[in-house]
Design a protein around this ligand. Sequence first.
Ligand code: C2O
Ligand code: CU
Length: 513
Amino acid sequence: GTSTPASATSPTGVLSYEGIDPRVAENFTTPLRKPGTEGLFGILDLGAGPLTLSADSGKMAIFGDRSVPVRLYNSQSGGRNYQNPVLKISKDLSCDVTFRNNLDQPTTVHWHGLLVPGSVDGSPLNPVAPGASYSYKFSVNNRGGTYWYHPHPHMHTAEQTFAGLSSFFIVEDAHDLALRQAMNLTLGDTELPLLIQDRRCNEEGELDYSPDDMEKMMGYFGNVMLVNFTPNPALDVDTRFYRFRVLNGSSIRTYKLAFENNGNPLKFHVVGTDGGLLDKPYEVPDVYLAAAERVDIVLDLRSARPGDVILLKSLAFDPKDTHMPSPAFGTSLKPGEAFTLMKLVVRNLVDAGGALPATLSSLPALPSASDKIRTLQPARNASGDWVMKIDGVDTLYDMNDFPIVVKKNAVEFWDFKIGSAGMPHPIHLHGFLFRVLSRTGTPPEVAAQSVDASGRMVTDLGFKDTVLVWPGETVRVAIDFHHCFGAEEHYMVHCHVLEHEDMGLMTNVKVIA
Ligand code: C2O
Ligand code: CU
């Protein structure tokens, strides 16, 4: 084609790619980029042997045909080239990644959600200088699940991730393979990783990361939606089960995911969260997904009809629960606004067989007692800087300081707390997965969201590494510090709004043997 990428102001005043309003589903015509056997998001088997991975500046056509500057992970394997490979490995295998930083800034590869030693966790504590290499060798101790990797250099995480660096790390185990088999799924086809990101696109059709002071403080929203780097994506589907491993790779935006068939709400099943499969499938009408969270979704299209148009949407929710007003929203998709993420068009009547199993995995009972309780509260100090209040004390981020020290095998309860005048923050812990025990003070609209029989939100079930805390809430999580690979291990806990992380809404955590 010869289309010239450009952004324009749509009749509704929303700046978007070529003036296409992402709230108008008819505009969705770009084939979704599906993970294949090579190329962008190609599926790469990490268990097959050592791998080299680099972070590079490059060019790629995202909006139309014109190549624009991006930053991507590159790898070569078996004579094939990969960008942002979907890394896949079985639980208990070892991976051996030699990473090279070809950027002009320090970077790291953070293996988000993996239970690995601090030295190979890719946190800002172990930066890789421009031109330098780093060896990430570890064994995969996680349950099967959808994890991911992204850069994490001190103060530059947001801009590097925004420019394209991030992809999936899929761990497979017996439960995971059983589900795939029971539903006759194929990874890359009927089982699809979906990376959802809002991005700001400028007049030249380039990715534009230029937060002003307010946006550095309050988070950087985009004006276009991308799924696997595809704007306005469309996907042909048949009448069968689909599994979507959804990752919110946005800087700050929270989505309220839902499906619609020819305009009617279409329920779906949540089968997994950050740390893999739940005990059983939970049927829900919608689900909130905050930055860095994952949700594993099964969509049953067996009773759909050829010609049906199914939309994956983000539903409207009260913006005051999302974000404080910022001047930038005048030209952006507003927080909490409804829009379409992807269009699915039903093509063929098929009988793919398969069933959604009643049991998916087993989850241990929730811890009932703790060795220690701590309170962590994102807050702004007297000079307006983001700080983590730890047990009531404002604690400015200092890379050399470890305000939280935990003994190996301790079980701790941490209360993540946000004042009622605050904004939502997705809180992420490195090195360990946790269980959500309770939420108190939840805004009614959020509380009304899909819950299990005992009243817990579906996205709070299972093992988590990131949890969204809404204004007025206290979310209690239980963390079992069950490993310490060396004499001591260094991790961190932080807000996963990338601008907040870069501004130091973060605290180091030391685990001692
Ligand atoms: Cu996904 Cu500390 O980050
Ligand atoms: Cu935050």
